[in-house]
Design a protein around this ligand. Structure first.
Ligand SMILES: [Zn+2]
Length: 758
């Protein structure tokens, strides 16, 4: 209990230093004087992003399919480059050669008990002009599925996640030698074939169930925004939790002459053939499966009885691909800083789509471009950012973050030296601010969210998000939204281009978007995600596009202009406390569960409750988890609390002085490195590419974050000695971070004292 009081005190203290409630607040990292100047430029900036321009840019960028390797993808990159140049940026295209397979053969037929051939085809819709660009569209497929020609009985595996296989085992159903059919959702798609292969399946079908993604959500397109019966979600299967980017060049840039792995050596490639399906193609297959009735939570929205199998439904799946290297075109634009040009602020959104990609990614790309135009405009009016700003329009995000990962791997040394912050966005919709990322940036995000206006409610984006959490949030969020000065930001997993910057290079990162009021999932990665759909069913006025540009542009300006880089380590410390509590609770619940299972077995309870007509199998016995040593972590967090408070105190003192550029520069250079201390050069267990000790995509969840992943996943997967080793590693990193921040606080104090003495 005491610890909570201390961390709240730290937060309130840091809040008062940024003086959010006084009438003339100083921004985080600014003096009162420089705050006034900054506010003037920010106010000017916010008037520039123009919804009409976003609309016409979207119409152009989404006019044709623009996936990796397509002519229009290259044409878009060249158009974007010309825009940056016209707005005064120093811009160029940087190209990499990546493995990107495209389909040659796609065939799926049911051969027993009845015959059915899947259409595997999304029909054009007369009202929507770009849906008939058949010759330019990538057909429906999951990229990086291996070639295969297989025939096997079907097993329905629900979402195909870890717990689903435990449930199947309780019904005595095995997937060995079978083709599994899984529904999309509850995990990133690549986890489904990964787990299926681990359990002995030889193929995997993934379909969109209408309960999650179809008529149960809304009217279907073109009457409404939801997925039509023949709509299919494309998507990549590369094992992002291991490493994203080109599968053949992990850790290095995929330049033309880079040393490449063979496909057999590449660890991120899936092991069994996979094909995605619409619900109209999936329904006859599911209806033909017999065997045990699926548990109630496994039943989707189709008018059939969901059963587990195996068989008698038997399918023949044949897929083959063209395995060429393709070019990706990253557009890189730079505005050099005047005082600290060696510190870089990075901002990006991808430009490639699966097909026409209006929501994903053009809705975010057009906001990014409006920011770049506005910043170019300010520079012409005399605005001089202290630090270097770099804008990126990435290619190859959809196949698994290829453009961003290859660029960052190729420039890793420079980035490690210079990069202070990376800010990402992707698709954007109407609704509430969603902010995830490094918790040292949480206070900055909160400040900026307070300074921009939500177009629907006319309150700040911060106030609207607070209201959303108060009304609709889970109980814990509701309580926090009342009492905590900051709205807590979420942890980053994977699923967009921030991954290499945060997880591999340890650069403090953010991912921002607006959303929650539209059904964007309904056309996700299909031919229907296009200009017609977006301008009928999403942010039709581009009001949230404008807000996204205002939000991210203001973040960039604050970071580029502040005297002192605007990190606040108190929310970091507070959030790691929360993770630590979660880990302790996780261990406790695992101990309780294992104990309960043992008791049930002693009482023969599993056998006695088995229904002879629908028999179930007892779960396997598990060892009771031992106690782990959390003392090191507790000590490290106490040190981090103290250091964060000390630093905020020192920043407060420094904020009343005008420190010289010469005093500030070395401190800022060190501040920019603070996030690196939270990484481990050896990486996480079994995945050396992933180096961040606090955030990672889950090994068995994919896009969803696992926080303190080395410890959490070791507990979840019952590797207790590893959990103890990882606890020691994380604790040491946090202790090092604490002394690093202490040392910065002292430097700041001595600079402030020497200025005050003058
Ligand atoms: Zn995207």
């Amino acid at each position: 209990m005491r610890r909570r009081l201390i961390s709240l005190f730290v937060l309130v203290l840091s809040g008062s230093l940024i003086a959010q409630d006084s009438t003339h607040p100083a921004f985080l990292g600014f003096t009162p004087q420089s705050t006034n100047l900054e506010r003037g430029w920010e106010d000017r900036f916010k008037t520039i992003p123009d919804p009409q321009r976003m609309r016409s840019s979207m119409e152009l960028l989404a006019a044709h399919p623009h996936h990796v390797g397509s002519p229009y993808d290259k044409q878009n990159a060249e158009w974007i480059l010309a825009q940056y140049k016209q707005w005064g940026w120093d811009a160029h295209i940087e190209t990499f050669q990546v493995l990107f397979p495209t389909p040659k053969t796609r065939m799926l037929e049911m051969i027993a008990p009845t015959r059915f051939t899947a259409k595997l085809e999304e029909p054009a819709i007369p009202a929507d002009p770009t849906t008939n660009q058949k010759n330019e569209q990538l057909p429906t497929y999951n990229a990086y599925s291996p070639d295969g020609d297989i025939t096997a009985p079907l097993v329905y595996v629900n979402y195909g996640v870890v717990e689903d296989y435990e449930e199947l085992a309780r019904h005595g159903v095995s997937v060995k030698g079978a083709i599994v059919i899984a529904r999309y959702g509850h995990s990133w798609r690549g986890i489904k074939p990964k787990l299926a292969a681990e359990h002995g399946a030889i193929g995997c079908l993934i379909y969109s169930d209408p309960e999650d993604d179809g008529y149960a959500q809304d009217l279907t397109f073109p009457k409404g925004p939801a997925r039509p019966p023949e709509g299919v979600q494309r998507g990549s299967l590369l094992d992002a939790p291991q490493y994203p980017g080109d599968p053949l060049t992990p850790g290095v840039g995929a330049t033309a002459d880079a040393k490449r792995l063979t496909r057999e050596e590449a660890g991120s490639l899936p092991k069994i053939p996979v094909l995605p399906l619409s619900y109209s193609d999936a329904q006859p297959l599911l209806a033909a499966i017999n065997g045990p009735i699926a548990p109630s939570t496994w039943r989707g929205g189709l008018p059939i009885t969901y059963r587990l199998g195996p068989g008698p439904a038997k399918v023949h799946l044949k897929v083959s691909f063209n395995w060429d290297l393709k070019p990706v075109y990253n557009v890189v634009a730079t505005m050099r800083g005047t005082e600290e040009p060696d510190i870089w602020i990075l901002r990006a959104n991808h430009h490639d789509g699966w097909v026409n990609g209006a929501a994903d990614p053009v809705s975010g790309q057009v906001a990014l471009l409006e920011e770049a135009r506005a910043l170019g405009e300010l520079a012409k009016q005399g605005w001089k950012p202290k630090r270097t700003i770099m804008y990126f329009s990435w290619d190859g995000e959809e196949p698994m973050l290829l453009g961003s990962t290859e660029w960052a791997e190729a420039h890793a040394d420079e980035l490690e030296q210079h990069a202070a912050v990376y800010i990402n966005s992707d698709g954007n919709e109407r609704g509430y601010l969603s902010a995830s990322g490094s918790h040292s940036l949480e206070s900055l995000v909160n400040d900026v969210a307070r300074s921009v206006e939500d177009p629907e409610s006319k309150v700040s984006a911060w106030k609207r998000l607070q209201a959303q959490r108060l009304v609709n949030g889970p109980p814990e969020d509701r309580k926090e939204a009342h009492t905590r000065p900051n709205l807590r930001i979420h942890a980053l997993g994977s699923g967009s281009d921030y991954t290499v910057f945060l997880d591999h290079l340890g650069i403090a990162s953010l991912d921002l978007s607006y959303g929650g009021e539209d059904t964007s999932a309904g056309v996700y990665h299909s031919i229907y995600d296009d200009f017609y759909w977006y301008t009928h069913f999403s942010d039709t006025e581009f009001a949230y596009g404008r807000l996204l540009a205002q939000t991210n542009g203001t973040l960039v300006m604050r970071l580029a202009d502040a005297e002192l880089l605007p990190y606040d380590f108190a929310p970091l410390s507070d959030t790691v406390h929360k993770y630590s509590d979660e880990l302790k609770a996780l261990l406790k619940s695992r101990q309780d569960e294992a104990q309960e299972r043992q008791l049930n077995m002693e009482n023969d309870a599993y056998r006695i409750t088995s229904d002879p007509k629908r028999p179930t199998v007892a779960p396997p016995a598990v060892e009771i988890p031992p106690y782990l040593n959390f003392a090191l972590l507790d000590n490290a967090l106490t040190a981090l609390d103290k250091a964060a408070a000390h630093y905020n105190n020192a920043r407060g003192k420094a904020g009343t002085q005008s420190l010289s550029a010469g005093q500030l520069k070395p401190i800022n250079q060190q501040l920019a490195q603070a996030e690196r201390k939270l990484t481990n050069t050896g990486g996480l267990p079994r995945r050396p590419w992933m180096r961040h000790l606090l955030y990672a995509p889950g090994w068995y969840t994919g896009y969803d974050a696992k926080t303190v992943p080395g410890v959490r996943e070791a507990i979840e997967e019952r590797r207790y000695p590893e959990a103890d080793t990882q606890l020691a590693l994380v604790s040491k990193a946090l202790m090092d971070e604490a002394s690093y921040i202490e040392q910065l606080a002292m430097q700041l104090e001595s600079a402030a004292n020497s200025t005050a003495a003058r």
